[in-house]
Design a protein around this ligand. Structure first.
Ligand SMILES: Nc1ncnc2c1ncn2[C@@H]1O[C@H](COP(=O)(O)OP(=O)(O)OP(=O)(O)O)[C@@H](O)[C@H]1O
Ligand SMILES: [Mg+2]
Length: 239
């Protein structure tokens, strides 16, 4: 099994306050990897380290065989790493289409039309409101737009932080189906951060559990789903 992304001994801090300790993490090529853990465990911080928004204080970040620890965030998009950030972070004053096209900025080659067609295919309701300001969209539409924006970068590694938060189950199912399709049809490698642990481990092939900035468990998604410790701590089930 080859890993498109590998972290070795990664540590990170906000100023004096360390939030990640000795993180070993791998996202296998063509697979979906879930990253779960309680509030404040460090999931978003780890995604920020991978996308280049938070500089590690120690360790190595290997993408496609190269150490990218010193590569700035913008250049990582060009290499094929796209982030759907926690809270979606659309430009509220720009239209749906303008937000989507921002996702294609890093690509030198043309062909944004084909990628746009793919976004409309997955999220037909966005096409009808392409001119509408992103700030006026429903939560579900915003998440579709945020995922669509990342799709426009044609990523090899797609990072999705808290996709399902605050959304209706029927919308979450559709977003999950889109991720599965990007993974199976395009071979996109995905790292999924989710507060809905059941959902994350259902979609994913492998999973990591973070607790107060450390990896405390990792393994096949179905093994983690059956693990009583995971069920008790993160799924609210006694066994
Ligand atoms: N910009 C920041 N400055 C200082 N501390 C921060 C900052 N962002 C996060 N932290 C702290 O880092 C720790 C890890 O936070 P992080 O957001 O990575 O966790 P998380 O697992 O994504 O949590 P959540 O489930 O709430 O999204 C927390 O203690 C948090 O308070
Ligand atoms: Mg978070």
């Amino acid at each position: 099994m080859t890993a498109l992304l590998g972290l070795e001994g990664v540590e990170a801090a906000y100023g004096e306050s360390q939030v990640l300790w000795d993180i070993d993490f791998a996202a296998e090529t063509g697979r979906i990897t879930a990253l779960v853990g309680s509030n404040g465990a460090g999931k978003t911080s780890l995604m920020r380290v991978i996308s280049g928004l938070l500089k590690p204080t120690a360790g190595r970040v290997i993408f496609d065989g190269a150490d990218i620890a010193k590569v700035p965030a913008e250049a990582r998009v060009g290499r094929g790493i796209a982030l759907v950030p926690e809270g979606r972070r659309l430009f509220a004053g720009l239209s749906v289409l303008e937000n989507l096209m921002l996702g294609a900025f890093s690509r030198r080659e043309r062909g944004a039309e084909a990628d746009l067609a793919r976004v409309w295919q997955h999220f037909p309701e966005l096409e009808g409101i392409a001119g509408q300001l992103a700030g006026t969209l429903s939560g579900g539409q915003q998440q579709m737009c945020a995922i669509g924006r990342a799709m426009m970068a044609r990523p090899r590694l797609l990072l999705v932080d808290e996709m399902s938060l605050g959304l209706a189950p029927v919308i979450v199912d559709r977003l999950a189906a889109t991720l599965r399709d990007l993974n199976r049809a395009d071979g996109t490698t995905i790292v999924l951060v989710e507060q809905d642990v059941d959902l994350a481990l259902e979609i994913a092939d492998r999973g990591y559990v973070l607790d107060t900035g450390r990896v405390v468990m990792n393994g096949a998604a179905e093994t983690l789903r059956d693990d009583p410790r995971v069920r008790e701590a993160y799924m609210g089930m006694a066994n």
